[in-house]
Design a protein. Structure first.
Lengths: 284, 363
């Protein structure tokens, strides 16, 4: 059942991406709409370093994460004076900048032709790849769960709920935000590398608004500041469109009706649970 | 009381298990029956911004199924949204759940390239009726297409413009895979013929190209070749060419072939090269069945199905057999001669159209 295995692998990858997004968005309150650009940076770093420079798998993964982390550091520094909607706009435009770079830096990224990615032999098999993704997902979920339950995680919540109060109590809110977003970007960068190996091909259009909407949907449906909710939502958001492939729809309306059913299900979830499945907080 | 409730629960559980077993057995029976038939997957964008192309190919395939009436062949349609990840899922589902021997699709080059490694790894034929990226040529042994590569259209366009008596041409192209590939080849071919070229690009979806046109006007070329696969951008460009009073002769790529463009002020005399829209007989049958003229790539969709159907009728029993038959296949399809070369490409022909009185007529 390679189809099921391939879906589960995808769910594993997206779960980690969404969990790390939730660390910045839900737990710290940074409306970071350039999360997908970290994913893109990781994927392209992997594609270029592994396939073209032949660097080893482990080194490539770490470098993918580090590059995304460094770029996140720059982003949060550049946006240090922005709050709320303005931060959202600032990070979104940063996403467009990265996207345009990837799209137009043809000599390095292949531009709109994309890049073919070779898989390392030991994960060429679907089952081995799945095991690797599960391993990574467990490790990262464990790390994230430890972070949000630690005193550091509580401080992140304080920054989200009342930044002025946190600062009045002598907490360096800026530093806390930097730490949160760099961790989030590092993990996403690594998963970008995994995604590149999974798809065996990277193209700038993988990393445009559509992906951002998917990740945002997962986090919102699951609920802000809830790791368990995000995990459940990843299954819902990624599996429903696939399950709908098996609903016997007349071939003339397959496309639109799948989309309509999918949106209705997501809307119903949000109508019943307005904070998402296990959401605890609202952003203001 | 308690005991009887437990018994009731047990009975419920038993009937539940029995029902499950029956359903599973029925499913297996169904799957077993399905095996005796060969299944072909059709994976095209049926939603999203490329859905119009997807439904047009779908109609071509449906018409082919009805006309050829091949026995023991079943078709499953999947929506892959012109998106690489969706194409990945759709291809995996078709191959591992529906056990297809061949897939017709995708249309968008990036989605086809994303599905190609899966088809190649599982040994299933992937035949695209619309992806024109030159990269698909080397995508694999099982990867075919019945539409010519951009590389060929670029050379054709260069010859067309040069043989019309133009020694300099400005090429205006969208800054994406299709536009870059096309303009690069055309630039090279036109220069080697002895002409000079000016290249100007615009971003996909952009509808203001005045600054590019002003530069072109200053260079004063004999002809302008407009590459576009977005009707909105193309008709805006044509209007602006008229506004800026450029006198160069106007040519365009196949993406311009729509009524909206023919009716744009300033489009009169525009000459375009286009992949075949189908033989008159095909057009008549299409119009009779669906009440409309065939859309883009409908004829290619028809020929894709016919290619696979012919391979099966020639005795191919599985995907590998179909692949081998396809390489030896040669027939007159509704979109032209179908004869796959060693890369799974066809040489294909182009047709010329000119705008006269707000309509495209053969040139």
């Amino acid at each position: 059942m390679y189809y099921v295995l391939s879906l589960l692998t995808q769910i594993g990858i997206y779960a980690v991406i969404a969990l790390s997004f939730n660390l910045a968005l839900g737990f710290t309150g940074i409306i970071n709409l350039s999360h997908i650009s970290f994913l893109a940076l990781g994927a392209y770093t992997t594609a270029i370093l592994y396939t073209q420079f032949g660097m080893s798998f482990g080194v490539v993964m770490v470098l993918s994460g580090l590059l995304s982390g460094c770029v996140a550091l720059f982003l949060i520094y550049a946006c240090r004076k922005l709050r709320g909607d303005y931060l959202a706009l600032g990070t979104l435009s940063f996403h467009f900048v990265i996207y345009s770079f990837i799209r137009n830096l043809e000599t390095i990224t292949g531009g709109t032709r994309g890049l073919i990615v070779d898989r390392p032999a030991f994960i060429n098999d679907g089952i081995n790849f799945f095991i690797m993704v599960v391993g990574l997902a467990v490790v990262f979920t464990f790390i994230l769960a430890r972070i949000v339950r630690s005193p550091f995680g509580t401080l992140l919540g304080a920054v989200r709920d009342d930044e002025k109060l946190a600062r009045a109590l002598g907490k360096d809110s800026q530093l806390l935000k930097v730490k949160a977003i760099v961790i989030s970007a590092f993990i996403t960068g690594v998963m970008g590398g995994v995604l590149a190996f999974f798809l065996r091909y990277v193209h700038p259009d993988f990393f445009f608004l559509y992906e951002l909407v998917t990740i945002l949907t997962i986090v919102i449906i699951g609920g802000l500041a809830s790791l368990r909710g995000t995990l459940i939502a990843t299954f819902i958001v990624l599996l429903i469109p696939e399950i709908l492939r098996f609903v016997a729809l007349p071939s003339s309306i397959i496309g639109p009706s799948r989309q309509i059913l999918y949106s209705i299900i997501l809307l119903l979830i949000l109508l019943i649970h307005s904070r998402g499945i296990l959401g605890k907080v609202d952003l203001h | 009381m308690i005991i009887s409730r437990k018994i009731q629960q047990f009975i419920k559980l038993r009937s539940f298990i029995r029902a499950t077993v029956i359903v599973l057995a029925a499913l297996m029976l169904l799957l077993g029956c399905a095996r005796s038939k060969m299944t072909i997957g059709v994976m095209v964008p049926l939603s999203g911004d490329a859905a119009a192309y997807g439904t047009s190919v779908q109609k071509g395939v449906q018409l082919a199924m009805e006309t050829l009436n091949v026995k023991n062949v079943e078709v499953v349609f999947e929506d892959s949204v012109c998106d690489p990840k969706q194409a990945n899922n759709a291809a995996t589902k078709l191959i591992t759940i529906d056990n297809v021997v061949a897939i017709i699709g995708e249309l968008c080059s990036s989605a086809t390239l994303a599905a190609a490694p899966i088809a190649e790894a599982n040994g299933v034929v992937l035949l695209s009726p619309a992806s024109t990226s030159p990269d698909i040529t080397d995508a694999g042994d099982f990867i075919f297409r019945d539409v010519p590569s951009d590389a060929k259209q670029g050379v054709f366009a260069a010859n067309l413009v040069y043989n019309d008596g133009n020694t300099s041409v400005a090429i205006l192209f969208p800054n994406e895979d299709y536009g870059k590939g096309f303009s690069g080849v055309m630039d090279e071919a036109f220069t080697s013929l002895g002409g000079t070229t000016i290249l100007e690009s615009f971003n996909r979806g952009e509808t203001d190209v005045r600054s590019q046109l002003t530069k072109i006007k200053r260079a004063n070329p004999d002809a302008i070749f407009l590459i576009s696969n977005s009707p909105d951008a193309a008709s805006a460009a044509i209007r602006q060419i008229k506004e800026l009073a450029l006198t160069a002769k106007l040519y365009g790529s196949e993406g311009l072939k729509s009524d909206a463009i023919a009716q744009t002020p300033g489009a009169e005399g525009l000459i375009i090269s286009s992949v075949s829209a189908g033989t008159p007989d095909f057009m008549a049958r299409h119009e009779q069945k669906f009440g409309e003229v065939p859309g883009p790539f409908s004829a290619q969709g028809y020929d894709a199905f016919e290619s696979i159907a012919r391979a099966i009728e020639a005795g191919a029993k599985d995907a590998n057999g179909i692949k081998n038959e396809l390489y030896t296949l040669s027939f007159e399809g509704v979109s032209g001669t179908i004869d796959y070369d060693e890369n799974g490409d066809i040489s294909g022909g182009y047709e010329l159209f000119i705008v006269q009185n707000g309509q495209f007529v053969p040139y």
